[in-house]
Design a protein around this ligand. Sequence first.
Ligand code: HEC
Length: 140
Amino acid sequence: MKTIGVFLIGVSAAVVVAGQAARTVWDGVYTDAQAARGKTLYVNHCAVCHQEGLQGADLAPALKGEEFLLQWSDRTMFELIDRVATTMPQDAPGTLTPQENADIVAYVLQVNKLPAGAGELPSDAATLKAIAITKQAAAR
Ligand code: HEC
C-alpha cells in the first residue's frame, strides 16, 4: 500500500508540472544560431569563473551535467534566466541585456545536449514561465 501511495504522489506531481508548463527543455526551445551567439558571450562574461567547458571551478558550480540539471529540474526556464539576469556575472550582476542572457542560456542548453529547435529561446517572462526544465524528456 505504501508503495502505491508514493507512486500516486509522483504521478500527480508530474501532472501539476505538465499543467503549468506547455513545453519542456526537451522540445527544442532554442536555435543553433542563438547558441553560437551565446557561446561568444559566455566565453567573454562567464568562462573566467565557470570555465570554458562549463565544468566550473572553485566556488563557481558546473553549468552542465547531471547535478546541474537535477538542481534546476522541475523549475521553469524563467527561474534559471532570472537567476543569471539578477546575480550573474557574479562580479558585475545585471550588466547583460535580457537578449544576451537568453542567448547565453541557449548555449548552456546546447552544451547540456538538449535539442535545438526552430525558434529562439525568448526573453519575455510569460513565455519563459511556460518552459519547464526537466531532467528527462517527458514520455508522450
Ligand atoms: C566572478 C565569477 C563568476 C562569473 C564571471 C560568473 N559566475 Fe556564475 N556563479 C559564480 C559563483 C561563485 C556561483 C555560486 C555562488 C552564487 O550562486 O552566487 C555562481 C552560480 C551560478 C549559477 C547557479 C548555478 C547553480 O546550479 O546553482 C548560474 C546558473 C550561473 N552562475 C551562471 C553564470 C553565467 C551564465 C555567467 C555569465 C553571464 C556567470 N555565471 C558568470 C561565479 C561567477
